[in-house]
Design a protein around this ligand. Structure first.
Ligand SMILES: C[S@@+](CC[C@H](N)C(=O)[O-])C[C@H]1O[C@@H](n2cnc3c(N)ncnc32)[C@H](O)[C@@H]1O
Length: 287
C-alpha cells in the first residue's frame, strides 16, 4: 500500500482548504465578525460579503506560522485585524497587531452593517462600532496608527520595527501597491510572510497587485496566487475569475534598501497606468 505523507505545516494547501468542511467553526465566527465590519453595499442597497474569505486565509496563516508581530496595511472597518486577533486567541498564538490607515479610529465612515438580522448603512467610526459590538479582548492586542502609508511605513522602518506577518490591503492603485510592498519587505522579519489582497487581473484596481508579483519573485522563493473572493461566502464580483490573494514566503534577502528616487518614478508609472483605463485614450472608436 502506498504510504501517504502527512501534510507538512510548511506546505499548507492554501487554496484548496478554503472550501473544506473542517473550516466550519472558523466560518461561523468570521461570518459574524464580517457582518459587523466587512459588509459592502452598493448604491441600490444590495449588501455583499466582500471577500470575507481573506479572514479564513489569515486564520490559516496564523494557525500555521504563529506570527507574534503582525502588521496590517489598511485597517478599513476592522475585519482583517479583528479576525486576526480572534484567530490568535483561538490558536493560542498571542500576537500584537499594528494596523495602519489614513482614517483615524474616531473618524466616521460609511458603514454597511447587519445588527440583530437587520441590514443598514450607518455613518460611524471604528471607535463607535468596536466599542458597542466587538469583544474588548479582540481590540486589546491592536495598535492603530493613523496617516498615509507613505508616512507611517517609513516611520516604522526608521524605528527598526519588524513583523512576522504583513497583510497589505490599503491603496490598490499601482503606486500604493509598489510603495506598500517595498516598505513591507523592508519591515519583514527574517522568515516572515506577506499576504496581499486583491489580485484581480480583470479589474482596474487589481492591476497594481498583478504588476508587482513578478517583481516580488526576486525577493521571495515562494510566490503563490490563489482565488478567494466568493469561494466560501459567495458574492464574487466576477464569479468566473474571482479576486484572489498573493502569498509571499521564504524571503531571500535579509537586508534591503529602499530607493526613494525609484519610488518617485513609480508615481509617474501609476499615473500613466490610470490613463490606460480612460476610454478616450484607447485607440478604437465606434464609427
Ligand atoms: C480595503 S480597506 C482595508 C480592509 C481591511 N484590511 C480588512 O481586511 O478589513 C482599505 C483601507 O486602506 C485605507 N487606505 C487606502 N490607501 C491608504 C494609504 N495610502 N495610506 C493609509 N491608508 C490607506 C483606506 O482608508 C481603507 O480604510
Amino acid at each position: 500500500m502506498m504510504k501517504t505523507e502527512p501534510e507538512s505545516p510548511a506546505e499548507p494547501r492554501r487554496a484548496g482548504w478554503l472550501q473544506s468542511a473542517d473550516q466550519a467553526g472558523c466560518r461561523d465566527r468570521i461570518w459574524k465578525l464580517g457582518l459587523l465590519t466587512g459588509l459592502k453595499a452598493d448604491d441600490a442597497g444590495a449588501f455583499t460579503p466582500a471577500n470575507f474569505e481573506r479572514a479564513l486565509v489569515l486564520d490559516r496563516l496564523i494557525e500555521l506560522h504563529r506570527p507574534a508581530r503582525i502588521l496590517e496595511i489598511g485597517t478599513g472597518r476592522g475585519l482583517g485585524c479583528l479576525s486576526m486577533a480572534e484567530s490568535a486567541r483561538i490558536h493560542a498564538a498571542p500576537a500584537r497587531i499594528t494596523t495602519l490607515d489614513f482614517l483615524p479610529a474616531n473618524a466616521p465612515q460609511r458603514w454597511p452593517i447587519e445588527i440583530g438580522g437587520e441590514r443598514k448603512i450607518l455613518h460611524a467610526s471604528r471607535d463607535e462600532i468596536w466599542s458597542r459590538h466587538i469583544d474588548a479582548a479582540l481590540t486589546e492586542p491592536l495598535t492603530q496608527i493613523a496617516g498615509p502609508t507613505t508616512r507611517t511605513m517609513p516611520a516604522l522602518a526608521r524605528e527598526g520595527a519588524k513583523f512576522d506577518l504583513i497583510f497589505i490591503d490599503a491603496g490598490h492603485d499601482l503606486y500604493s501597491v509598489v510603495h506598500d510592498l517595498t516598505y513591507g519587505v523592508k519591515l519583514l522579519a527574517p522568515g516572515g510572510i506577506i499576504l496581499m489582497d486583491d489580485f484581480a487581473p480583470l479589474e482596474e484596481f487589481g492591476l497594481g497587485t498583478c504588476v508587482v508579483v513578478p517583481q516580488a519573485r526576486r525577493f521571495f522563493r515562494k510566490v503563490e496566487t490563489f482565488p478567494t473572493e466568493g469561494l466560501v461566502f459567495g458574492g464574487a464580483v466576477q464569479p468566473d475569475a474571482p479576486r484572489g490573494m498573493v502569498l509571499l514566503s521564504e524571503p531571500i534577502a535579509q537586508d534591503v534598501a529602499v530607493s526613494r528616487v525609484r519610488l518617485l518614478a513609480w508615481r509617474l508609472a501609476g499615473f500613466i497606468l490610470r490613463l490606460c483605463h480612460a476610454p478616450q485614450f484607447f485607440p478604437l472608436r465606434k464609427s
